[in-house]
Structures are given as C-alpha cells and as structure tokens.
Design a protein around this ligand. Structure first.
Ligand SMILES: [Zn+2]
Ligand SMILES: [Zn+2]
Length: 427
C-alpha cells in the first residue's frame, strides 16, 4: 500500500494534477469550441454525479473488463454502501434517462457531458487517474445514420480545435445474435495456443474472447492477427448496418480505416465501434472512441432503446493541439488599469474600478504599492489605458487617461470615462 511519508509536504495524489493559469484558459477555450459544435449538432448538456453505486459499473461497464476488475476507485461510504468514482460517463447517462422516465419509444435525444473520470491506471504521458472526458450520447436512433452522425460529430469537434493529423478507425463488433458464434471461432482458433497467451487473455478466452483482439501484449497481438476476422461472422443485419455506416461516412468525406482489432474495452458495445487516433501521440494515441450500445439501457431495466455515442479524452486532445502547433487565442489583456497617486485617492480608485467593471476589464492596485510600481504593473498586465487619479483629478472630477501604447494623455470627465474607453477600444 502506498503511504504518504509522515511529515512530508502534502502534495496532489499521484495521477492527478492541478491546472493552473494560464493553462486553465486552454481548457476554457477547448470547452467553448466543443460546446459550439455540440450545439450545432443539437446536443444538450447533462450533468450527472461523479460517484454512483458500484453496481452501475459492474453491470454496465462489465465484470470482465479491465476497468471493473482493476481500475475502479471503489469504497464503502459511511452508510455502508459500495460506491465508485465514475470511470466513464455512459452508465450514468443511461441510469439518469431511466430514473427520470425520459425514454419514450422512438424519441431521439442528444446529450453531452464534460467532466472528470477516475481510473486507477499506471500514470503516463497523457494519462491520469483523474482525467477529463467529453461524451456525447445519441439515444433512440437505431439506424446507421446515428452511428455516422456520431463519428461525424467526433471528427467535427477535432476539426473545430484545429486538429488535422488524426485517423478514424471503424469496426463492427456484432450483436447478441452473431457474436457468440464468433466467440466460438476465436476459442477454436486459439485452443492450441492458450499457453502463448498472457494471463489476462487466458481468462478472456473463457469470458469474453473478443477482448483478446484488443490485448496490448506483443505476443497476444501476433496471435490475434491470425484469428479469422469478425466481418465473416456478422449476421446480415449487422453486416448491412456496417456497410451503410461506411457508405454514409464516405458520402460526407470522412476518411476511415477498417480495423478488425478494434473491439473497445467495454462489454456493452454492439455493432459499430470506432476510435480516433492521433499520429503524433505515441503509444497513447487514442483521442476518443465509442460505438453503439443498443442493449445497455435494457440491461439496466429500462425500455429497450438503441443508442450510440463516444467519449473523447480532453487531456490527450490538448496534447494533440500542442503537437500540431495550434495557436490558442488567449485574451490576457486588460482594458484599463486604475492608478492611485497617493494614499488619499485609493478609495476613489476603488469606486472608479468598480463601476468601470460593469462593461470593461479593469484592474487596480490591491498591493498598496507605489505610483511607479503601479505604472509598471499596468504595463506588464498589458493594460491599454491607465486611468490616473491624483488629488487634482479628485477635486476637479476630470481624470487623466493615458494611452499605454502611444503614451498620450487625455483629460476626460469622470462621468465620460466609460464611454470614452469603450469608444477607443471599439467595444
Ligand atoms: Zn449481428
Ligand atoms: Zn493478452
């Protein structure tokens, strides 16, 4: 058990981190860009709790998945109930839809969420134990248009962030009709090579053989490549669905690659699965992925409702943004800095700043510093104007407004200052 050394300074928990300014403004930019795209696609935001009863994930995410077996932050709360910090968002969305009676036959709903997820995984570049995801769920759309729209939305989000060097991978993981037969084919194909599989895959061979195709261990990857592809085992409905999805993607100019090894790590996927990878992120290259999960809502006892969606990893997306050298416009500038000349004018400066802030970005000295260092701070804060308030200005009600770029000074009556600045700033 990892224990914090006693007497040491308290630090953030391994696998978590603080997002400090100005870095935090990159996150704001990312969220705003994404919200814009999501709104254009007709999505509304849903906010669910960050912890749920453990059963929700055991049942939905799946007992055989790595997430449930090894990565969940599960604890017993003070009421003696087992609760878990959410490792992913989809189960919570499904639960919320059922709980609030929102599922109505063929009604289509589009929901998105932003927020932290928690997985006890080995931390590495672009992978944290508390990480941020954006998820988008399309509920009530049974046809391949839904899958295609979901892929298109994911691609559009990345494009809106200025990303270009990513690749879309698609596959079909079949359905409860055709998957058991394919699982049988995998078992048959590997029955004499069990000894060459990793420990996890030996277990997967019994419980969920498809997941062997997705194992990262080199030996397993080689063996997996020899297994017949799922495309030959799909039932006619799954096969038609997958073909139509590909045609639709082509029709809107989305390039993709078929990847038979793409099975996703979660049990609830049916039919289409997709992932988007970035060419410059090394081993942790997946920016996001998802697929269809027609049986999840019924599994939770809800009205059987088809659904398709994805989750994108925002930490990695920001790394990709950096890798591609996308410039993030960050407005750090200040419209005006109110400068106090002498102690007696500080209260006046405080009230001037207060009412100017109704329309403008205004700073003033809260550090009780000298006139000289106030002017210096105004300069380094990037203030366009300095409003200088001395005793003369207080007495006359006419303030000195200095343009920090030209150095020119104007006398402006106090009542006109806001209008003057807005005019000069083009606001
Ligand atoms: Zn099928
Ligand atoms: Zn393996």
């Amino acid at each position: 058990m990892e224990q914090r050394p006693s007497g040491a300074k308290i630090q953030a928990i391994r696998g978590t981190r603080d997002i400090l300014p100005p870095d935090s403004s990159r996150w704001l930019w990312l969220e705003e860009k994404c919200r814009g795209v999501l709104t254009r696609f007709g999505y509304s935001e849903i906010r669910t709790p960050i912890f749920e009863y453990t059963e929700l994930f055991n049942k939905g995410t799946g007992e055989t998945t790595e997430i449930v077996q090894k990565q969940m932050y599960t604890f017993v709360d003070r009421g003696g109930r087992s609760v878990t910090l959410r490792p992913e968002g989809t189960p919570s969305v499904a639960r919320a839809l059922i709980e609030h009676g929102l599922l109505r036959g063929s009604k289509v709903m589009k929901l998105y969420y932003f927020g932290p997820m928690f997985r006890h995984d080995r931390p590495q570049a672009g992978r944290y134990r508390q990480f941020d995801q954006l998820g988008a769920e399309l509920i009530g759309a049974p046809g391949p248009e839904g899958d295609a729209e979901s892929v298109h939305l994911h691609v559009s989000l990345l494009r809106a962030l200025g990303l270009r060097q990513f690749a879309v991978k698609v596959n079909s993981v079949g359905c409860p009709e055709c998957r058991p037969a394919y699982s049988g084919i995998i078992r048959e194909a590997l029955k004499d090579r069990v000894g060459q599989l990793c420990e996890d895959c030996v277990e997967r061979l019994q419980k969920n053989p498809l997941r062997i195709l997705d194992c990262k261990v080199e030996g397993c990857r080689r063996i997996a490549a020899s297994v017949p592809r799922i495309s030959g085992s799909l039932c006619s409905d799954c096969s038609r669905h997958f073909e139509k999805l590909k045609t639709l993607l082509e029709s809107i100019g989305i390039e993709f690659e078929e990847d038979p090894g793409l099975v996703r790590g979660l049990d609830y996927y049916t039919r289409a699965a997709f992932e988007i990878h970035h060419g410059r992120l090394g081993a942790q290259s997946a920016l996001g992925g998802g697929g269809r999960y027609d049986n999840l809502i019924a599994l939770y006892g809800g009205v059987p409702t088809p659904a398709v969606g994805f989750a994108a990893g925002l930490d990695r997306i920001l790394l990709a943004v950096e890798e591609e050298g996308v410039t993030i416009p960050i407005d750090t500038g200040v419209d005006a800095y109110v400068v106090a000349v002498g102690e007696a004018t500080r209260d006046k400066c405080f009230s001037i700043a207060a009412w100017l802030r109704e329309d403008l970005k205004v700073e003033l000295d809260l550090g009780r510093r000298s006139l000289q260092s106030q002017m210096k701070t105004a300069g380094s804060a990037g203030a366009r104007f300095a409003i200088i308030v001395g005793e003369d200005e207080m007495a006359s009600g006419v303030l000195t407004v200095k343009d920090m770029t030209t150095g020119q000074q104007e006398k402006v009556p106090e009542v006109d200052v806001s209008g003057y600045l807005k005019r000069m700033l083009g606001k």
